[in-house]
Design a protein around this ligand. Sequence first.
Ligand SMILES: [Zn+2]
Length: 260
Amino acid sequence: MLRRRKITLSVAGGAAALLLIGGGVAWAVSAMQPAQPVESTQATSPMPSAEVKPTTEPPKNEAPKYDLDSPSSITVVVNKQRPINPIDWAPDDLVLPAGVPNVWDHPIRAEAATALEAMYAASVDAGVPFTVTSGYRDYALQKEIYDGLVEQGGVAFADKDTARPGFSEHQTGLTVDLFGEEGCSLDACFGETATGIWLRDNSYRFGYILRYHDGEQATVGYTYEPWHFRYVGVDVATAMHDQGVLNLEDFFGLPPAPTT
Ligand SMILES: [Zn+2]
């Protein structure tokens, strides 16, 4: 009983210090406790020790470790300053999501496809079925799109809304562009449609996040794209939703990537 109470106090003290002067303190508080007394191995110890055994366990509040760099990681962060490495990497587990309307039959990675199938079924139940207008795009296709835009309006024009080859989330195979029965495909007005609103509010339950929110350009590098959903897994998507964090850069403590 005593031991439990002491541990509780220790954690509470650590938490209070944490609030005052930041992270790492909880561990320091634990570490400052007196050294653990040598325990008697005598079964016939005359009296129970009144000494409280200090905890030597660090607090269980360490953030999980995520792989933000490997191109095959579902939490890889790709933005205008973090290209896919190697730059022409391609996934080896691309599949066509089953039963999901898909304009160009673009595949995505298997895990993201399974999640998309579940999200599609839920969207049908909610009366807001969506269609995929873009999924995996390889390095060569992104280069074609980007070079076409450069030709059309110059580098600044192309960079405004289109990733350079090797810098597109679509090349990870974890990203889809979606639209609904109300139209507004690849248009900001999609965010005001019932489908766009449902996806924004519910995608986290399936491991997808709206990647480029309105007003986040200084961090994510792109203007508002209410149609662009990135699979990061249910754990991360739910944590972001619950904490109100709008982008991966902030969630993982990465620097903003407004430009190339
Ligand atoms: Zn997109």
